[in-house]
Design a protein around this ligand. Structure first.
Ligand code: FAD
Ligand code: SF4
Length: 316
């Protein structure tokens, strides 16, 4: 691991100032992804800004009837919160489908959204990877690509976003609240937060350098049946091959977001309308522009079958 300096600010203002003063700094929350990346020297920040002392660990109602989730709320606490379980069951279910109990006790809301891909070539520093080292090439294209993206891909990267929680956030229309190094704040709809790879797969979100997340807000509850179905190679402690996050209303309409298929939580609003017509209609709308590889073509069928199971479960 490369040497780094460390500080633990105690206010949002101090954290913004620290980010402004250290362009090579990274924020650290639970550290469950960042520390692994630092040990492999995939991430080499010269300074760490520990955000655990900022008091951003509360879940509170908003004046609009929604919920504000502090950036530092641990995945375990978010999944077990009474209001989340009652009104945003999809979020609770997606969280407990991720990682392990031990990891969820450390992992935070912001860190989970910002965790990096699990493409094995990204972690293997002997292999070319445009995301790790722009311009070197993509080892997954023409390589082992069973776990990779099938939609929204580019000629430079076919990685997926690995978060389960983010799929629920996307279906629930969450908004990411941030503060920039100059102290100004902004709200980023989750739909615009994660990016597709394009020619710059190393730029994964809409965050500007030094901008940090203070909270994620959820709009008013929308009712309906909340279902998260994760398909993976083993029953626990594994990332999704594909996952479906859905909220389905009694008339069969609803919302659906898909994980494990793209560089970002994948939602196509037109597919929501297809839900009432059945899995084939919804899956066709979701994956209309799919460009799978030979090895991951199965994901296209898997999404349709998993959606079928979700719709059947919602209908009881
Ligand atoms: C073995 C293993 C299995 C896993 N399985 C799953 C799984 O099945 N599903 C799943 O969804 N996840 C899984 N994970 C990933 C885990 O959920 C993430 O590592 C975790 O959510 C990251 O949160 P953290 O707080 O530890 O982030 P950190 O490691 O502290 O940070 C991650 C990134 O977020 C940035 N960051 C953190 N907080 C802020 C902030 N407030 N503002 C701006 N930037 C910030 C950091 O700079 C860093 O770039 C797994 C992880 C491991 C190690
Ligand atoms: S898919 Fe993306 S992360 Fe994986 S090797 Fe290619 S460029 Fe790197």
């Amino acid at each position: 691991m490369k040497a780094f300096t460390y500080e633990r600010p105690s206010s949002v203002e101090a954290a913004a100032k620290a980010a402004a003063a250290n362009p090579d700094a990274k924020f650290i929350a639970g550290g469950t992804n960042l520390l692994d990346l630092m040990k492999l020297e995939i991430e080499t920040p010269t300074h760490l800004i520990d955000v655990n002392g900022l008091g951003l660990d509360k879940i509170e109602p908003t004046t609009e009837g929604g919920l504000r989730i502090g950036a530092l709320v641990r995945n375990t606490d978010l999944a077990s919160d009474t209001a989340v379980r009652r009104d945003y069951g999809l979020l609770s279910r997606a969280l407990v489908a991720g990682a392990s109990g031990q990891l969820r006790n450390k992992a935070t809301t912001a860190g989970n959204l910002l965790q990096r891909t699990r493409c094995p070539y990204f972690y293997d520093t002997n292999q070319p990877c445009n995301k790790r080292q722009p311009g070197t090439g993509c080892s997954a294209i023409g390589g082992i690509s069973r776990q990779h993206a099938v939609v929204g891909v580019s000629d430079t990267c076919i990685a997926t976003h690995p978060s389960d929680m983010a799929i629920a956030m996307r279906a629930l229309d969450a908004v990411v609240e941030t503060v920039k190094p100059d102290g100004s704040s902004r709200s980023i709809p989750i739909a615009d937060f994660h990016r597709l790879p394009g020619d710059t797969p190393h730029i994964e979100t809409a965050l500007e350098p030094g901008e940090f997340i203070t909270s994620v807000t959820l709009p008013q509850p929308i009712g309906g049946k909340h279902i998260y179905r994760k398909v993976r190679d083993r029953a626990s402690y594994a990332f999704a091959l594909i996952s479906i996050g859905a909220v389905i209303q009694p008339d069969g309409t609803g919302r659906v977001a898909v994980g494990g298929v793209a560089h970002k939580p994948w939602r196509v609003e037109a597919a929501d309308a297809g839900l009432a017509k059945g899995a084939r209609a919804a899956a066709s709308a979701l994956l209309a522009d799919a460009r799978p590889t030979e090895q991951n073509r199965f994901k296209v069928d898997l999404v349709e079958r998993a959606l079928g199971a979700v719709i059947a479960e919602a209908r009881g």
